[in-house]
Each structure stands twice: as structure tokens, then as C-alpha cells.
Design a protein. Structure first.
Length: 310
């Protein structure tokens, strides 16, 4: 199969576009899509600090490489990579090593925030104390909170996330199925700013997961291939499979889900749902009186009965 734009051999087919692409035109298209999203989500940003969340996986590696390239022509913009060490034995250390290697190659400052130091616990410890709770539930909450704290600490005006098209489409579908419109409005990328919350941008929003992987391989970016040992219990697995099946049967489903999200957000923002209030325990922004981070931390002090059984 040949590239749709030249006579070179194609390295990927893109059913949602009805096209094939060679290595050169494919990589150029990923850079251009990321550039457009960055420009759309973070308009007229010419001075300040941008934090890039990097776990060491393919998505965050590509997001960092593209963000560094995008802002390299703006000497008044500082790029800082931030990693979260959740405390997952035999997994996170590999990702942190890959993240450090990429930051060193790019010459980007790298900071690591650790759950044990900031929260007094780790994902592994909490998973043992709360065996009936899916670890992804509190892991996601804590990661978001720690990233927000780390971004504020470096004076970041925005956080770049490695969410790809598949990730975002799955999240939209999950929230729609659950009828959770408030969370649907709060998901990245963010259009509004609230005190204490660093807005998040997702430059890979138009790039499917397999294209992110291919780009990372073509660019020879260091990244970790491992999977979190807790991932098998995640509810996202079901929605990942559903989105794959829908996309296979009807190419363009992922893009349609994102368009639905954008339209809903536009409508809900017009109604002004209000800014988050400080958590009564830690002071971090919260949708309720007690933020989810503190709720889970309280749960670790009152663990599941089964966890205390002899």
C-alpha cells in the first residue's frame, strides 16, 4: 500500500480519514494535529510556565516531545516535566527511568512528586487496606491532585496531559453512560480557570492511540511498555473494548464522541455551574465539602473489615 500523498510505502492506514500515510507524512500529520490542538486549547500563550505530566509511557513521552518542540520557538515559555510516583512496586520505577531519560535527551527540567511523602501512603498500601475498592479509583484522584499541586509549585499556567483520542472518547462514553454530566464538563481539556486549579490541555486529543505508539517508535522516544498491575480491575477496560468495536464498525466514532463532549460543555458553561469550593480538610479545590483525595485518605484510616480479618 502506498501513501495517499506520495509514492512512498505506507506505514499506517487511517480508516477515519480514508487514507494511508508514509512515515514522513504520518509524523508531520501528528505534529500538525498536536500544534492545532495546542493553539486551540492554549491560545495566545507567549510567556509563562507549562508543566507536562510524564509517566514514562508512550502517550506522555509523545506529549512532552511535541510540547517541547512547540514551545522551543518561544524563549519566554518555560517547560517543566512533572512525574507522580504513586508507589506501585515493580511498575512505576520503570516509567520514571524512561521519563528521566527523555527529559535528559530534551534538556527539560524534571520533577518527581511522591505519594508517600505528600499523602503519607501509596497505591499499593491503600489497595491492601481497601481490597474491595478498585485501586484505579483512588489512584486517578490522587494523581490529579498531586499533579495540580506540583504544577502550582513550579508556577505553571497550564498542565499538558498525554490523553489521546481513544482516552478522551472512552472517558466521554463512561460519563454519558453513568449520567455524570458534571464530571463530563470537568474533564480535560479545560476551557475555564478556577482558583487553585491549573487548567489542563490535551494536545493529542486528535491522535488515536495506535498512532501515538507509532509516532513514539518512529521518533525513537524512550518509554516504558509495562502495564500497571492494578489495571485489570479498571472499569475503563469495558469502555475501551466498546469504543474499539464501535470504531471498527463505524470509523469516526471517537471523533463524534469528542464533538458531543464539546457541544455539551459549551451549553453547560453557559449556565455557569460555579467554581469549586475549598475542601474543608486540606483546602484543595473540591466539588463538595470534602475532596475525593481526603475521602479516600479517610477510608484508609477506616479500612474494609475484610482487610482487618486475620
Amino acid at each position: 500500500m502506498r501513501c495517499s500523498r506520495c509514492a512512498e510505502p505506507a506505514v499506517i492506514d487511517q480508516p477515519y480519514r480514508g487514507a494511508h500515510a508514509c512515515a514522513l507524512h504520518f509524523s508531520d500529520s501528528v505534529r500538525e494535529r498536536a500544534r492545532r490542538e495546542m493553539h486551540r486549547q492554549l491560545p495566545r500563550f507567549a510567556k509563562g510556565t507549562v508543566a507536562v505530566a510524564i509517566s514514562g509511557g508512550k502517550d506522555s513521552a509523545v506529549a512532552l516531545a511535541l510540547a517541547d518542540r512547540y514551545f522551543s520557538r518561544r524563549p519566554t515559555v518555560r517547560v517543566v516535566a512533572v512525574s507522580v510516583d504513586e508507589g506501585i512496586e515493580g511498575y512505576r520505577s520503570h516509567g520514571l527511568a524512561a521519563a528521566a531519560a527523555l527529559c535528559e535527551r530534551l534538556g527539560v527540567e524534571h520533577r518527581v512528586v511522591r505519594a508517600r511523602e505528600e499523602l503519607g501512603t501509596t497505591i499499593d498500601l491503600t489497595a491492601r487496606r481497601l481490597p474491595s475498592t478498585v485501586p484505579c479509583s483512588f489512584c486517578g484522584v490522587w494523581r490529579r491532585g498531586l499533579l495540580n499541586r506540583a504544577a502550582r509549585a513550579v508556577g505553571a499556567d497550564a498542565i499538558v496531559l498525554g490523553f489521546n483520542l481513544d482516552d478522551l472518547a472512552q472517558t466521554v462514553l463512561m460519563n454519558l453512560v453513568r449520567g455524570d454530566l458534571d464530571r463530563l464538563v470537568r474533564m480535560a481539556p479545560h476551557r475555564t480557570r478556577h482558583v487553585g486549579l491549573v487548567p489542563r490541555v490535551a494536545p493529542l486529543a486528535a491522535v488515536p492511540e495506535r498512532e501515538v505508539y507509532l509516532f513514539a517508535r518512529l521518533e525513537r522516544l524512550p518509554f516504558d511498555h509495562g502495564e500497571c498491575p492494578h489495571a485489570g480491575r479498571a472499569s475503563r477496560n469495558l469502555f475501551r473494548e466498546i469504543v474499539w468495536q464501535l470504531e471498527e464498525a463505524q470509523p469516526g466514532t471517537r471523533q463524534a464522541l469528542l464533538r458531543t463532549h464539546e457541544r455539551l460543555v459549551t451549553r453547560f458553561l453557559a449556565e455557569d455551574s460555579g467554581a469549586p469550593a475549598p475542601c474543608r480538610s486540606c483546602g484543595e479545590p473540591s466539588a463538595g465539602g470534602l475532596c475525593r483525595t481526603c475521602e479516600y485518605l479517610a477510608g484508609t484510616r477506616n479500612p474494609d473489615p475484610v482487610a482487618e480479618a486475620p
